[in-house]
Ligand binder design. Sequence first.
Ligand code: HEC
Length: 259
Amino acid sequence: MGKKLQIFIFMFLIAALAFFILPQEIKAQRWCNLCAMDLQKYYRTKYILTLNDGSKKYTCSIHCAAIIIGAEKVQKIEAADYMTGNMTDAGKAYYLTGSDIRGVMSMTSKLAFAKKAEALAFQKEHGGKLTDFNSALNAVKIDMAKDIKMLKQKVKNLIKLGKAVAEANSCLACHGTDGKGGIINPGSAAGYVPAWNRVEFAEDIRSKAQLKKIILEGFTKNEENKKSGALKMPAWKSFIKGKELHALVNYVWSLRQAN
Ligand code: HEC
């Protein structure tokens, strides 16, 4: 066999392997649609909601899922099996609430298990109460006020860190002090670098997840800007990651004026 062919087959096998090993949905959607947390990190507590119009929402936790379920028409709910991260029918899963495992977006965890025997074995080690989906959802509702208070404090700390991240990465050199007024940008359609508190910004950026994507990949709004010699929004994926990225997103989001 020729060497080139061998290399080709080898590369093909690697690609095929990666395709099957990486959970498909994570490739499709990396960030929680509500809070923008990393679904690669929270793959064991993740939810996928299929709305009546066929579109899908991805969340890091039953907490964020419950908020979407309360606001949208949802036709299908899948929960990650805590043991494997594989998606399973949420309505048929077994739930362990209040074990010694830390909650995601909540002070009390509510973990889903595809298999009852595994849920029971896990309960022996970690305590908690075995229950069904509706009771787990109800527990989310009972905890909601307390958790939102806890999360508000968390976001406050993230905003503080995010401001420091923005300052350290020269975001403000282009977007202005507190992101409230960009420098002039000749050749661009707007004529200046956009501020983060404009109405147009709120129109462009609908979710924290979308904001995260824009910061990572860069952003050029229209063809005019692409072609011109105007300043472009750089891609930051090689520079800002993990908690710092999440903090930055929360900071920029905090300046957003909802319309
Ligand atoms: C070199 C200047 C420059 C730097 C540095 C810069 N940006 Fe930008 N940014 C831009 C420009 C120009 C645009 C507008 C692009 C367009 O509309 O085509 C933009 C757009 C954006 C948008 C979309 C705004 C909207 O109204 O749609 C976000 C969000 C953003 N930047 C965040 C950031 C963050 C966060 C940082 C720091 C990590 C940063 N930018 C650093 C120039 C910059």
